[in-house]
Design a protein around this ligand. Structure first.
Ligand code: PEP
Length: 250
């Protein structure tokens, strides 16, 4: 069986003023350094205003830093956007692309996400490609076709297990306190794995994260599933104690 090192990623979304964000990042870095070898990789994705300073306070630890989005272009007239090379330039190593809040709030399509993932790869970043069905799609029985379709279009041909992570996040479970059942998660992760294996030589090596109201109380059962290789955590990543407990389940 392939051994995939889990990744626990925190998505801070549009939260944290400077003092709180830097305290959170430095507390996390201190815990990671104190603990030494961890059973997983750890990533935090702060808002853009804090990226550079969070890179600074985590630089001597194993905590990696990522952006929450990037533009498809390397530079130019795109007010308010951030280019992937800018993220790489300040020391970020990952970037989330296609989070459902970006898809919904900014009308991003899977084709847009693929272009963003390519921009991330070109800049040397690991793209965390997010996919997931809405509640209506699940109720219609369309979960697997929606998610497989998003993976097929959003993940570029140049993806490898080294430059790409997939995050399955059912939209109805994000920030709602509702978590998909282990059966639901297992079914979708197995389907994503099988698509990756069909398409990529190293499809078995890709990490597939689950996201959607992951917290200390449900992390262990989710992370124990065969094709769950970590978690993308929103709300619970804003409290160092909770995020740390999730990290320690690995
Ligand atoms: C997320 O932001 O990707 C997420 C899964 O949020 P939460 O853990 O709060 O549901």
């Amino acid at each position: 069986m392939t051994q995939r090192r889990p990744l626990i990623a925190g998505n801070w979304k549009m939260n944290c003023l400077r003092a709180d964000g830097l305290a959170l990042a430095s507390d996390l870095a201190a815990k990671a350094s104190e603990k030494g070898a961890l059973g997983c990789d750890v990533l935090v994705c702060p808002p853009a205003t804090l990226l550079s300073e969070v890179v600074g306070v985590t630089k001597d630890s194993t905590v990696a830093v990522g952006g929450q989005d990037c533009h498809v272009a390397t530079s130019g007239a795109h007010t308010g956007d951030i280019a992937a090379p800018m993220l790489a330039d300040i020391g970020a190593r990952y970037v989330l692309v296609g989070h459902s809040e970006r898809r919904a709030d900014h009308g991003e399509s899977s084709t847009d996400i693929r272009c963003k993932a390519i921009a991330a790869h070109d800049a040397g970043l690991v793209a965390v490609v997010c996919v997931g069905e809405t509640e209506q799609e699940r109720d219609l029985g369309a979960t697997l076709s929606v998610v497989n379709g998003q993976v097929a279009v959003s993940v570029p041909d140049g993806a490898t297990a080294k430059n790409t992570v997939i995050a399955y996040e059912p939209v109805w479970a994000i920030g709602t306190g509702r978590t998909a059942s282990v059966e639901e998660v297992a079914e979708v992760h197995t389907a994503i794995r099988s698509e990756l294996v069909k398409r990529f030589e190293d499809g078995n090596e890709f990490r597939i994260l689950y996201g959607g109201s992951v917290k200390p109380s449900n992390a262990a059962e989710l992370l124990a599933l065969e094709d769950v290789d970590g978690a993308l955590v929103g709300g619970a990543s804003l409290k160092v104690e909770d995020f740390w407990k999730i990290i320690e389940t690995c």
